[in-house]
Design a protein around this ligand. Structure first.
Ligand code: PNS
Length: 156
């Protein structure tokens, strides 16, 4: 399982999903449905973008989940969560979550170092850059860039 908010999916996410799809027979990308945090894109649109950009991977499916990640894993007999680590700053929180998920339900976490090309990327940074007219074409798939510009880009 590759979990996240994916608001929206970036090339950094896609790199991790693609690498996970080569290591595991099946990969479920699970988008967190967070009632208290609405985000920029509605959950259906985040999932549609993810489906579009992962369509070439035959073993990747996209779902959403609410509540505890380990409950989603248990319900689908998913034994492993794959997480990308961009920098040491990601590690503290990711370690806490990994240890909690292991303790709660025996769900393992595999950390994958992010491709250095994408180690500075985050969905929130991308949204900020688009809002002020910056070019994110190297950082997100084209289908995602178009939706971002449509929603956030400065009026022309
Ligand atoms: O893309 P994000 O926002 O960094 O993803 C964080 C996510 C969805 C992986 C994390 O918030 C999560 O697992 N949320 C589900 C709720 C849960 O299980 N919390 C306890 C984790 S120890």
């Amino acid at each position: 399982m590759c979990p996240g908010s994916f608001d929206p999916v970036t090339n950094g996410h896609l790199d991790i999903i693609g690498r996970a799809s080569r290591l595991y027979d099946e990969v479920v990308v699970a988008v967190l449905l967070n009632q208290s945090k609405s985000g920029l894109f509605p959950i259906e649109e985040r999932m549609a973008m993810l489906r579009e950009v992962t369509a070439s991977y035959g073993n990747v499916t996209v779902e959403s989940f609410e509540g505890l990640l380990v409950e989603f894993c248990k319900a689908r007999s998913i034994p492993v969560v794959v997480k990308g680590l961009r920098a040491v700053s990601d590690f503290d929180y990711e370690l806490q979550m990994a240890q909690m998920n292991l303790g709660l339900a025996g769900v393992e976490t595999m950390f994958m170092p992010t491709n250095p090309l994408y180690s500075f990327l985050s969905s929130s940074l991308i949204k900020d850059v688009v809002k002020f007219g910056g070019d994110v074409s190297a950082h997100v798939p084209e289908a995602v860039r178009l939706r971002l510009v449509e929603r956030l880009g400065p009026a022309t």
